[in-house]
Design a protein around this ligand. Structure first.
Ligand SMILES: Cc1cc2nc3c(=O)[nH]c(=O)nc-3n(C[C@H](O)[C@H](O)[C@H](O)COP(=O)(O)O)c2cc1C
Length: 177
């Protein structure tokens, strides 16, 4: 086990204040390439990613996203492609679809952190408005934004600083008595 991997996992924090500095295209591609290696239920790969850098599109998205505090130069929207789900007879209630969003999101954020970039997930936004802004096909549903940029020196510590949770608080061994 590489210490560098563990350190990357432990030191990643959601960043809600970013500078306007752009993110290099190669770095965006490296993040997308990392996400391609995220585990996926049945290896079905139902996620599709929309990369948004256009300033006006980002402005419109922020207007309909109360949970998006950062002005990130890059937004990656993780979508579910329902055509893929239907092809494999996955009902919309199948939880693997949402779990896939989580594995892709965490992989992207860890990749961004490894590249020295800041990131933050956002689920608090109007799905309907985002679908319209991006002209998404019917078969795509927006699931989670990953904001990517450079951490501002003024960025505040996130909610994790409010309470310390250890792995012991979250874990049961073997079976309940
Ligand atoms: C499913 C999910 C939805 C989230 N939605 C938002 C959001 O809309 N806006 C936001 O600023 N942070 C959002 N977060 C980030 C969490 O608040 C953050 O991960 C948590 O406070 C722990 O902080 P840390 O990741 O920096 O350790 C979300 C995280 C997850 C896993």
């Amino acid at each position: 086990m590489s210490e560098a991997v563990l350190n990357n996992i432990k030191t990643r924090r959601v960043v809600r204040e970013m500078t306007g500095e752009p993110v290099a295209r190669e770095q965006i591609e490296a993040i997308l390439e990392a996400a391609r290696w995220a585990p996926s239920g049945g290896n079905l790969r139902p996620n599709r990613y929309i990369v948004i850098q256009d300033a006006e599109t980002r402005r419109l998205i922020r207007l309909v996203s109360p949970g998006m505090f950062q002005e990130a130069p890059v937004l990656i929207l993780i979508c579910t492609n329902w055509d893929v789900a239907a092809e494999h007879n996955l009902p919309p209630t199948d939880r693997a679809l949402l779990i896939d969003v989580g594995t892709a999101a965490q992989t992207m954020m860890l990749a961004a952190h490894a590249l020295g970039l800041a990131s933050g997930p956002v689920t608090s936004y109007s799905k309907e408005a985002v679908k319209k802004i991006l002209n998404l096909p019917e078969s795509y549903s927006p699931e989670m934004f990953i904001c990517i940029g450079h951490r501002a020196s003024t960025a505040q510590p996130g909610m994790r600083a409010w309470k310390k949770i250890t792995w012991r608080d979250l874990t049961h061994w073997e079976r309940f008595k």
